[in-house]
Write a protein that binds this ligand. Structure first.
Ligand SMILES: [Zn+2]
Length: 58
């Protein structure tokens, strides 16, 4: 098994992990149905993208 040559100090370990936190996804409001959706994606509620119907929803 690989064994670390040197102990990683808490400061360096924490610096490495500084970018590992989870972030909430960016959300925008659908201009057609006001449902929250990710930017640049098809609206899962009304099936529209960029003003036209892409998938048919009930
Ligand atoms: Zn929509």
């Amino acid at each position: 098994m690989a064994v670390p040559k040197e102990r990683v100090p808490k400061a360096r370990r924490d610096r490495r992990r500084a970018h590992l936190s989870l972030q909430a996804p960016a959300l925008v409001t659908c201009p057609r149905c006001r449902h929250a959706r990710r930017p640049h994606t098809l609206c899962q509620n009304c099936g529209h993208y960029n003003g036209r119907e892409v998938i048919v929803t009930e």
